[in-house]
Design a binder for this molecule. Structure first.
Ligand code: C2E
Ligand code: CA
Ligand code: CA
Length: 742
């Protein structure tokens, strides 16, 4: 404002040439109002009017008229000025004052004010000081408060403009005071808010931060930082990254990544970290990080950090309680799993022991559960003290204990550890007035040999423990080949059930040729497993597992349906192929549904039953003679043909041939292998074929690999042959390409 005053001073000087103060005042006020206090465009209009008034006065009219005219103009101008405008004499007393000024000062009339010591009104020495400077010729302003004549406390900002007389001396001071009470109140209120914020920041135990979006510049850090970080805020002024020095090294990467992700995603996030404080103290801090989004981009980041030490301690305690077996104080299953996860991740070798108390149930049953608890507590204590430092002992439940022993274990070390545990269990335990003596069975699994994950180790040790039980209890067993096979089997079995559900089986077909004509006479369907990871698997890899599980039924039914379907396709594409042989496992053969499944399939595909041959091993027929006979007659009734598979490997009693009267006999590969080199074998084969023919049974030789073998079989009168010499088992599409052999 004082700038503006200075710019407009020429007007003032000009106006003040008038010797009469009253007239000068009018002119000055007109000029002042026009030049200083009235906003544009009024400013210009008023300035012109005031100038006009001066000119009018100057042109030598009578003094009265001059005064009157100037008065009119000044009154008009003053009446539209919003501030209190007055002229003060050099003592600071009011010479004249504008009507608006009177109103603002709440005086009854302007007359009351004339001669009033205006400077004395103020409760700040600033008033006197500013006035003194104005008297010295400066244009100055000051702010302060004073009471009005009405008693109200008001705030003002006042500007002084010295009035310089013709002699160049200040003769009076023109003053404009603006009532700024409302603004001051607003500012006060705002200051109040800022104070509230500061009070909050000072007294709430949370650190409030504002930082630039790249976290490089700290825009604001509240005072609680000093208490939480135990570091003066001035340290941040010197180095904005000083706060990070206190953050625990292990926690920094996660904190940084959370900070970055908040900015990247625009989503608020939370991070826990530790502050490494002097004297090896640690404080947990929870930081909530909020990105501030302006115009679609993160402009800065606000964060609130609170002391989370108590929260963490509480969590740790809960975690401890959740990981402790309340009876024995040992780790529980949960804790053991967690410990194993951590250990396995390091890759360091270890032994995992599964200890089961032998016949513990009888204690519970005969002496009661509290006696049982006493025993378990005592055993827990003893196992723990029997093992070296670094061992982890847990009670996952019941009478089972598990132990992790870090390090490399050979047989001797395992034995030593197990013996210690056994002895710990074996010492008599007092229960009331009795004493009990117990033993335990221990299963051992080594990491990484017997399992690479906690789950695998659990299973391996469990299986080894059962092996120890089987071996008569009170002993230990290390997971071995047998358990490994059992496990592989169990794994395969679980995968096989998926295989059936997901249609992973396929049939390949091995041609059988007529020895006499060389024509393709039939095929044998042989199952394969299209394993999702291992590729095409031969039946040797899974059929034995299938046969030992109930899954063989479902798989067998699928094979029958598929083979019958294939047979129906062959009747049109390869009419010469008149026989489709299907292998049936012994279990399947005893299943009463076999007949109906086969019947339905044949009916559905509309083929002749005699084009299907069921291949059954001798043993399957002999295992349950009566049932076998019943199934055989049902088959025969249907028209399905029967072949005895692998003839010569099982009982090979020729009397069974007469008894079962199969349609075909499949001479096992072991005969074929030797037929060309061993005369005795040739004689046996020749005899078998002869007898078979006498009984009306067709003979098929399988596993023919050489031309010699084929020739010898021809000499012996064999009817059909199959083998790699002629063709391997092939998918249906390839069958068609196979040419007849002579
Ligand atoms: P198998 O019924 O005795 O089948 C003949 C096996 O000998 C087939 O093995 C066949 O590929 C193989 N083979 C044929 N010619 C030769 C040869 O010249 N040299 C040699 N080294 N091998 C030859 P594959 O397909 O691996 O089947 C093995 C066994 O799995 C079968 O013996 C059978 O017992 C069983 N199997 C195969 N498919 C099925 C099925 O669909 N159901 C049931 N229950 N068992 C099946
Ligand atoms: Ca077979
Ligand atoms: Ca066979």
């Amino acid at each position: 404002m004082s700038d503006t005053v200075a710019k407009r001073l020429p007007y003032l000087e000009w106006a003040l040439r008038f010797d009469r103060l009253g007239l000068a005042f009018v002119a000055v006020v007109a000029m002042a109002a026009a030049s200083l206090f009235v906003p544009q465009p009024w400013n210009d209009i008023l300035a012109m009017s005031a100038a006009g008034a001066m000119v009018f006065v100057h042109q030598g009219q009578s003094a009265r008229r001059k005064i009157f005219a100037a008065n009119q103009i000044s009154q008009g101008l003053l009446s539209i000025a919003e501030d209190c405008i007055k002229l003060l004499d050099l003592d600071g007393r009011i010479v004249c004052i504008s009507e608006t000024g009177r109103r603002l000062i709440e005086a009854s009339s302007t007359d009351v004010l004339v001669g009033f010591d205006w400077i004395a009104l103020w409760d700040t020495p600033d008033a006197q000081q500013a006035f003194d400077r104005a008297k010295a010729g400066e244009s100055v302003s000051f702010s302060g408060s004073c009471r009005t004549f009405g008693g109200a406390m008001k705030w003002w900002t006042s500007s002084f403009a010295p009035v310089v007389g013709e002699n160049g001396k200040v003769t009076a001071v023109l003053c404009k005071s603006r009532d700024i009470t409302t603004e001051v109140k607003i500012i006060d209120e705002l200051r109040g808010n800022a104070r509230v914020q500061k009070d909050m920041e000072d007294h709430v135990d949370a650190v409030f931060w504002t930082a630039s979006a790249d976290f490089r510049t700290l825009l604001h850090v509240s005072s609680a930082f000093e208490r939480m970080w135990e570091m003066p805020i001035s340290a941040l002024e010197a180095d904005e990254t000083a706060w990070a020095q206190r953050v625990h090294r292990e926690d920094m990467p996660e904190l940084r990544s959370k900070m970055k992700s908040a900015v990247k995603t625009g989503q608020s996030t939370q991070s826990y970290f530790r502050l490494a404080l002097p004297d090896d103290r640690t404080r947990w801090v929870r930081a909530d990080i909020y990105p501030v989004i302006e115009n679609g981009a993160v402009s800065r980041v606000v964060s609130v950090c609170v002391d989370a030490t108590a929260e963490r301690m509480h969590l740790q305690e809960l975690h401890r309680l959740a990981n402790i077996d309340s009876l024995t104080g040992l780790h529980n299953r949960n804790a053991m799993t967690e410990a194993l996860v951590t250990r396995c991740a390091t890759g360091e070798p270890l032994a995992y022991l599964f200890v089961d108390i032998d016949r513990f149930k009888s204690i519970n049953d005969t002496a009661g559960h509290s006696a049982g608890d006493t025993v378990l507590t005592a055993i827990a204590e003893r196992i723990k003290s029997a093992l070296p430092e670094g061992a982890i002992v847990a009670r996952p439940g019941g009478d089972e204990f598990t132990v992790v022993l870090p390090g490399v274990f050979d047989q001797e070390r395992i034995e030593r550890a197990c013996r210690r545990i056994s002895l710990a269990c074996h010492r008599p335990i007092r229960v009331g007035c009795k004493s009990v003596t117990l033993s335990c069975s221990i299963g051992v699994a080594l990491f990484p040999e017997h399992g690479r994950t906690p789950e695998e180790l659990f299973i391996s040790a469990d299986m080894a423990m059962y092996a120890a039980k089987r071996a008569g209890r009170n002993t230990f067993r290390v997971f071995g080949e047998r358990e490994k096979n059992d496990l592989a089997r169990a794994h395969l079995e679980s995968q096989l059930s998926d295989a059936i559900r997901d249609d992973q089986f396929v049939l390949h077909y091995q041609p059988q040729y007529s020895v006499e004509t060389g024509e393709l006479a039939g095929v044998e369907a042989l199952v394969r497993w299209n394993h999702p990871q291992l590729g095409l698997l031969a039946p040797g890899a899974f059929v034995p597992v299938l046969e030992e599980s109930p899954l063989i039924m479902d798989a067998g039914h699928w094979i029958i349906r598929e083979a019958v379907h294939a047979a129906s396709k062959l009747t049109t594409s390869m009419p010469a192929v008149r026989s489709m042989a299907v292998n049936v496992s012994p279990k399947q053969f005893r299943d009463p549904r076999l007949v109906s499944v086969l019947k339905q399939a044949i009916k559905r595909r509309g083929i002749e039953a005699c084009s299907i041959t069921l291949e059954i091993t001798e043993s399957a027929l002999i295992e349950n003679l009566d049932d076998a006979q019943a199934v055989l007659s049902a088959m025969r009734e249907m028209g399905v043909r029967i072949a005895i598979d692998d003839f010569g490997t099982g009982y090979s009693s020729l009397s069974y041939l007469a008894r079962f009267r199969p349609d075909l006999l499949k001479l096992d590969k072991s005969f074929v292998d030797n037929i060309a080199t061993d005369a005795m074998t040739y004689t046996v084969v020749e005899g078998v074929i002869d007898l078979a023919h006498k009984l009306g049974v067709i003979v098929v030789a399988e596993g023919v690999e050489t031309q010699d073998q084929l020739e010898r079989l021809r000499d012996a009168g064999c009817d059909k042959v199959q083998g790699y010499l002629l063709s391997r088992p092939v998918p249906m599409e390839r069958l068609v390409e196979l040419a007849p052999v002579h």
